[in-house]
Design a protein. Sequence first.
Length: 235
Amino acid sequence: MTAWRVHQRPCGAAVMAVNDAEVVLRPSGALWLEGERALVVADLHLEKGSAYAARGQMLPPYDTRETLDRLQAEIEALDPRVTVLLGDTLHDGSATTRIAPDDRERIAGLARRTTLLWITGNHDPDGAGNLAGETAVEIGLSKLVLRHEPSPGLTPGEAAGHLHPCARVKGTAGSVRRRCFVTDGQRLILPAFGAYAGGLNVRDPAFAGLFARPPLAVALGKKAHAIRWSALLGD
């Protein structure tokens, strides 16, 4: 079995190869494909807070603002040619009717700085809808195919979201749970980028059969930390 080759940049990002493509896994949860100048983020779930409020479950209505703040910070730091929103960018089909005018304008401003490509997801099958940007089902960049939902079975070269992976590890005072990337070096699943998106433990059966070998988790924090499968705990 080939050993993992992961090195860390001063910014805290982890760098490794997936399907022979160099990927930069940033502590924010964003994927940076440097050769393509492509920024990739998954599962923003914009307007999840307002969707819950409409059903009587009151959450602070600032998730869209916070998520866009983080996305804007990544765009300002990296100056991407294209920014790929990897599906479930909107929490539901009516999110565009609830989004605040200033948040709508922020999205338009980002689309003026970078090509904003909305990959369709199960929550937002219409992609961008009436918001700024372009819509596609998937896109090939470098040696990767970027789509929202992982294909069943082994699919080398796929980068997807949808599953909101999280890693749980033993800490000095109990356990720590963090959003994470997860990869076997052939395919990559991105963490959810949205403020209210939540997460699913990588040892959940939903991940079974997706990897050719026990995968590596790259957990988010001040740095992106690579964690071997044997060190990961279930919930």
